[in-house]
Design a protein around this ligand. Structure first.
Ligand code: SF4
Length: 320
């Protein structure tokens, strides 16, 4: 595994989730999980786009207004002449440019600025029309397309929580070990240690990116880096399933086939099967595998991020 950072991993967060009283009504939406658990690992960087756009506290609530197929505008929900679209877009663009160091962003659901998806858009006639992302999120996705985004409320779902935190740590590996001294060699090394993590999420992407890297010396390095990172992070954003994890686990087991006796191999196979059948969590076969890999695994397999993608103490694999 790569060396651990000295400080917390920088992750942005909607300011109201940290307890800051920045909501339109002067309230907050303090998140215990973010402040009591994630803050142990992440250096949370709060940001309120509406406050940054110069809207005061308290303020008139705003909402998304537009027709389906159009980019919605941000307007006052009482005073329709209040239109803060350009102001909010400008501060969001500035934020994106100044925060390339972030490894993720935790968002407040339902907000016309910070909502990740399914935010209500009102037709200009005042009736609810359809759903879209918040205005800040739309700009953030454009500025930092690889950035893992998740709504705080969805972190209650064990699969989505594990997926988001996996993506944060994977991007952190990239930022610390590939970006500072970019080379085709660094890209290949990254791809090599992410093999089984990628396989667990989307085996096709593992193969596609492998083929791409085989030819990547023909394109400029910055182009290859951008292409690889976009494909890698997009694959990870699809949560792995029990079936795809089981497949990855079986491949990892293949690296132990000459080192273990028949009975131990059967125990490992049984643990993977129990996991596939939803009888035990992922932590069970992973723990067994790690136990034997520590003793018998090659340096290559022990360096795989899949074996240890986030701190064990977070217990994320106990719940999926
Ligand atoms: S704009 Fe975002 S950070 Fe600010 S109060 Fe609304 S949801 Fe919270």
């Amino acid at each position: 595994m790569t060396s651990q950072p000295q400080e917390g991993i920088p992750v942005g967060i909607s300011a109201c989730l940290t307890g800051q009283e920045v909501r339109y009504n002067g309230g907050h939406k303090r998140s215990r999980y973010c402040l009591q658990v994630l803050s142990e690992r992440f250096a949370l960087e709060p940001f309120c786009p509406e406050l940054a756009a110069g809207l005061g506290v308290p303020r008139e609530p705003i909402r998304l207004v537009g027709k389906a197929g159009e980019t919605p505008r941000l307007k006052g929900s009482v005073d329709e002449s209040l239109d803060v679209t350009e102001r909010l877009e400008e501060v969001s663009e500035t934020f994106g440019e100044a925060h390339r160091h972030l490894r993720g962003f935790i968002l407040m659901k339902g907000s016309p600025s910070c909502g990740l998806e399914r935010v209500k858009v009102y037709h200009p006639n005042g009736m609810p029309s359809h759903a879209d992302s918040g205005a800040f999120v739309r700009i953030l996705r454009r500025a930092l397309p690889e950035l893992p985004l998740e709504e705080e409320a969805r972190l209650n779902d064990p699969v989505l929580r594990e997926n988001f935190i996996t993506r944060v740590y994977a991007l952190d590996d990239w930022k610390r070990n590939v970006e500072p001294d970019p080379s085709h060699h660094a890209l290949l090394q990254f791809h090599s240690r992410q093999k089984f993590l990628l396989m667990a999420h989307r085996v096709e992407t593992y193969r596609e990116l492998g083929r791409y890297l085989g030819e990547a010396h023909r394109v400029p390095l910055d182009e290859a880096m951008a292409h690889y990172l976009q494909g890698f992070m997009a694959a990870l954003s699809r949560p792995a399933t029990r079936k795809s994890h089981s497949n990855a686990l079986m491949h990892v087991m293949g690296y132990l086939k000459h080192a273990l006796d028949g009975e131990t191999r059967q125990d490992l196979l049984a643990a993977v099967e129990e996991y596939r059948l939803q009888q035990v969590p992922l932590a069970v076969p992973m723990r067994l595998l790690n136990h034997y890999l520590k003793r018998h695994g090659s340096a290559y397999i022990r360096a795989q991020s899949y074996l240890d993608p986030h701190p064990y103490e977070l217990g994320l694999r106990n719940a999926i």
